[in-house]
Design a protein around this ligand. Sequence first.
Ligand SMILES: Cc1ncc(C[n+]2csc(CCOP(=O)(O)OP(=O)(O)O)c2C)c(N)n1
Ligand code: SF4
Length: 278
Amino acid sequence: MADIKGTQLIHEYLRHNKKFPHVFCSGCGHGIVLGSLIRSIHGLGLSKDDVCIVAGIGCSGRLAAYVDFNTVHTCHGRALTFATGIKMAKPGMHVIVVMGDGDSMAIGGNHLIHAARRNIGVTALILNNNIYGMTGGQCSPTTPAGANTQTTPMGQMEQSFDCAKLCTAAGANYVARGSVFHVKRLDSMIMEGIMNPGFGVVEIMTPCFTQYGRKNGFKSPVDMFHALKKNVIQSDRFDAIPEEERGEKVPSGVFVKKDTPGLEEKFYEMAARCQGGS
Ligand SMILES: Cc1ncc(C[n+]2csc(CCOP(=O)(O)OP(=O)(O)O)c2C)c(N)n1
Ligand code: SF4
């Protein structure tokens, strides 16, 4: 498979004749993440048998069904608990978790902060489309203030989580934010997240025109991609803009990169010590 590229490469990793046609709406960004994930795993030269994709429930959670790795499609909000068990039992496995913003930060928010605190060696891809896509457009913990959603028809009144800052504060070893518009950068963040020890988070800004864009002034999915291009900017450029002028801009890049051993490494090291009696 070394020399194949593009669509042919993607096809090598899909479960043909099983789970297609896919469920994604036209213009959904989730499929771009799927491509990026496959290119990253291929680029790292990982064997399919050494990769386990664990997904929650949501449009984002469907990603696991389409790819030919070890896969687990779990419960809404609980993907990180399954992933923690898999990594502890099989520390050599590359465990990659795919979750939406609702999945990871609402019902699964407690698991997210504790996975970061424990620094378990899994990589979480958080597909942040600022909305509950699958269930009809309810607001999520990352829906921006003022946004119009199915459950906030007069505008979202609550403040929203900054996913990257939340995971940084909770202790994750690797924290990055990218977007489905900036795909090359996204590929390298996912690769780096997979190879870095301990808990890694790649927050991925991705559009949901069906449930979010239509209600918030976007004319088409393309319009939402233009907004990603304009608003998701490198963190040094973001920091240079005075706070009151930042508007909808979001910093992107790698915010944290530490090499503290993951929980599973510490556990097996302790187990060896106990067995050796020292
Ligand atoms: C325990 C439980 N509660 C609620 C649901 C309903 N549910 C399914 S997906 C979802 C939200 C999906 O939004 P998000 O996680 O942001 O993913 P997206 O669909 O936007 O990719 C909800 C509330 C469920 N399946 N299980
Ligand atoms: S509802 Fe939104 S997140 Fe779900 S497939 Fe459609 S565009 Fe994607």
